[in-house]
Design a binder for this molecule. Structure first.
Ligand code: PMP
Length: 731
């Protein structure tokens, strides 16, 4: 408290002019500037001018040294930041430290500051924080009542607030700080910060951009988020209540370079409230002691109280939501009701009798809104594990750098295309890639390519195949056909791997086909057909028969690819067949939309739209970075090979259950289909597993097959959790 308690210096302007001349050789007219605990004078010498700062006699020389070292550090790290530099070494006069600073030009901002200026102001503050993060000084650990961390020490000061309502308001703010912030304070990023980055300490140019950063008098080592709170408190007070959070969010946009962490964002509202409480409490207390400086001390009080009231009325959770930009709806029916109201009949229904409300996930775990955690044995998209840091970081970094389209030249598209091509067998002739956005789009384009190149219009697909959602792809997807409907250009064969005479089945199907065969599409793991493993000879036969009929063979690796079947990346390679077209999707970006079509140059060149295919987001740099990161992780974590081992043990353990309700356990790689005795049973089992905290799916033409298709980071311990639960449920 010493600097706040001791009497501020009381020099006149004439004194200041005389001192400046005597000590610094500067002959100028002096005019007093406002200051809380020090004195500052503007010195007009008819030239560049200067500012004389006379410190409080309670000021510690080490702290002044800290300020000077911080300014020097910032100038060295980021010379563009306009911090006022000292013009001469410090001097001592009458027990006060005296400093002469360069005079920066500009005007002070107020609560009318425009949106653009707000964003630019916080962006400059972010730069200052970044410049200071490498700074150290022994005096930075000083205790200063203005440091937000010290908020609990404001308690005794509240006694001097006469208005009982306001006193209670300030006390509530401190209560919240102690309940919410203090216990987790050590988890917050901390560094040396400006400490008082508010509009009073900033000069703005004619376009309201920062032209001067003044007064590092409150510089200290504290939470980074606390310094952000100081600036926010200053930028938000005095604004109409309906504008406060809009401006706060714009201000936070400017802080993007600080990459504020979830905890920092969650606590920000409470930190702002604590800062406002410090303002009103300290000023009430100081005015009693130094009534002659009341105007300066109290200049922000009314606006601070008003903002504090607003934050208090909303409560910290609503404030945090507002700062995040998530507007609370007026009445809050369940999320499921809101989903249904907003999306109606178009969106697929929710899975499970009790839908999953997911809020975050990592690895093989999905966390629900109620705090429970679910073992994900279902999702293949997060192939390298939910939210794998390599992928999320790659996406976020590229998002910050460049997100554009394939009509411009940039590295990620080319790198991913080359990288993918290198994963195919050299003799397969697959030398041309087009990056797209979904498996459906890849299959749709495969269909266009096949029909154009062959001049035919028919397709062979498996009984219950799924190849996508576009008009062309849904025709190729019997799983989605309306009952009794069959597009005349599509004929079906039984899924390979089901011990049928495939040769005869192909002959019969081709005979039913209108328009000759353009392409055969095969999902390498026959997921929608109920999960089957085609034999090598069967697939070779299918490719031969397709070619003999003049069609192209499309290996749909959207489900089977990216290591699912292991030990390589692509399932068709295991069978030794050479497709004409390969389609990729789902796991390709670990959740970020990215897909691809791979084919031979010779086919691509015969496509009438060759050189003209373009999809706005296809191969955009962010998607490409996601695709590259997934390939990296699959390789570095040896996941495709692991999929074989974990999957084999999974199926063996499942088969050993020997339950009467289990008809068969099938699959390859990290994929298991557990055929049960009926669809109703499968549904009940999936629901009960969900209640037991484990997610599986259902597939097959009869809907009686449990689909176990986890992220490839699924391990034996997870298998054991799943099988134990299934054992209990089937019993
Ligand atoms: N092909 C297969 C084998 C699929 O399983 C799917 C999606 N389930 C698709 C294509 C379509 O992919 P998307 O949903 O990304 O369009």
């Amino acid at each position: 408290m010493s600097v706040l308690e001791s009497t501020p210096p009381r020099f006149t302007a004439e004194d200041a002019a005389r001192i400046a001349a005597e000590l610094f050789g500067l002959h100028a007219r002096a005019a007093q500037l406002g200051s809380e605990r020090d004195q500052a004078f503007l010195l007009d010498d008819g030239g560049a001018g200067a500012v004389l700062k006379i410190s409080n006699s309670g000021e510690d020389a080490a702290v002044l040294d800290l300020e000077e070292a911080a300014v020097a550090h910032v100038h060295a790290v980021d010379p563009g930041l306009p911090l006022a530099r000292p013009l001469a070494p410090r001097a001592v006069f009458g027990g006060h430290h005296l400093r002469l600073f360069e005079q920066l030009r500009g005007h002070k901002g107020d609560s009318g500051l425009g949106d653009e200026a707000v964003r630019e102001l916080t962006a400059v503050h972010a730069r200052l924080c970044l410049a200071l993060r490498s700074f150290f000084h022994p005096a930075a650990g000083r205790e200063l009542l203005w440091d937000v961390r010290e908020a609990p020490r404001l308690r005794p000061l509240l006694d001097e607030i006469d208005d009982t309502k306001r006193r209670a308001l300030a006390a509530r703010s401190l209560d919240r700080f102690e309940e919410r912030v203090l216990p987790v304070w050590p988890q917050l990023r901390a560094q040396v910060v400006h400490g008082d980055f508010n509009l009073d300490n900033l000069l703005l140019d004619e376009r309201d951009r920062i032209s001067g950063i003044l007064d590092l008098g409150d510089c200290c080592h504290t939470a980074l988020a606390a310094d952000v709170a100081v600036a926010l408190a200053s930028l938000l007070r005095g604004r109409p209540p309906e504008d406060v959070f809009r401006v706060a969010r714009l201000a936070l946009d400017g802080y993007a370079p600080l990459r504020l962490e979830p905890l920092e964002l969650e606590l920000l509202g409470s930190l702002v409230a604590a800062r406002l409480t410090a303002i009103v409490a300290i000023s009430t207390w100081r005015v009693r002691r130094f009534p002659e400086n009341a105007d300066y001390i109290q200049s922000w009080d009314d606006d601070s109280w008003a903002l504090l009231e607003l934050f208090d009325a909303l409560g910290p959770d609503a404030v945090a939501r507002e700062l995040r930009g998530a507007h609370a709806s007026v009445a809050t029916p369940s999320l499921a009701r809101r989903r249904e109201r907003a999306t109606g009949a178009l969106l697929t229904p929710l899975t499970y009798a009790r839908p999953v409300h997911a809020v975050r996930a990592e690895g093989v775990w999905i966390h629900e809104a109620d705090g429970s955690r679910l073992l994900d044995a279902y999702n293949n998209v997060p192939v390298v594990g939910h939210c794998h840091p390599r992928v999320t970081e790659a996406v976020v970094r590229q998002t910050r750098l460049l997100a554009t389209h394939a009509r411009y030249l940039y590295e990620p598209l080319v790198e991913l295309a080359e990288r993918l091509l290198a994963t195919f067998p050299p003799n397969a002739g697959l030398d041309t890639v087009l990056l797209l956005n979904s498996g459906s789009e890849a299959n749709d384009l495969a269909w266009r390519l096949a029909t154009a190149v062959t001049g035919r219009g028919g397709a062979l697909v498996t009984e219950h195949a799924y190849h996508g959602v576009t008009a062309a792809a849904s025709d190729l997807s019997p799983e989605d056909w309306a009952a009794g409907a069959r597009p005349p250009h599509v004929a079906r064969i039984p899924p390979p791997g089901t011990a049928v005479d495939l040769d005869a089945a192909v002959t019969a199907a081709l005979a039913r086909l209108d328009g000759g065969l353009a392409a055969t599409f095969l999902d390498g793991c026959l997921m929608s057909d109920g999960i089957h493993t085609p034999g090598d000879a069967e697939l070779r036969l299918l490719v031969e028969r397709t070619h003999a009929a003049g069609g192209l063979y499309v290996a749909d690796e959207v489900q089977a690819g990216h290591g699912r079947t292991g030990p390589g990346l692509w399932s068709f390679v295991r069978h030794g067949v050479a497709p004409d077209i390969v389609t990729l999707g789902k796991p390709m970006g670990n959740g970020y939309p990215v897909a691809a079509l791979v084919t031979r140059r010779e086919l691509a060149e015969r496509f009438p739209h060759a050189g003209a295919t373009f999809s706005t987001f296809g191969g955009n740099p962010v998607a490409a970075r996601a695709g590259l990161a997934v390939l990296d992780v699959l390789e570095d974590e040896l996941l495709p090979a692991r999929a074989v081992a974990v999957g084999e043990r999974l199926r063996t353990t499942l088969a050993r259950l020997e339950k009467p309700d289990v008809v068969e356990v099938r699959g390859t790689g990290l994929l298991a289909g557990v055929q049960l005795t009926g669809a109703g049973l499968a549904r009940r089992v999936a629901d009960e597993l969900r209640e037991a905290g484990i997610l599986v799916g259902i597939t097959g033409p009869a809907g009686d097959v449990l689909k176990i298709r986890p992220p490839l980071v699924f391990a034996d311990e997870h298998t054991d959790l799943l099988v134990t639960a299934l054992d209990r449920i089937l019993a």
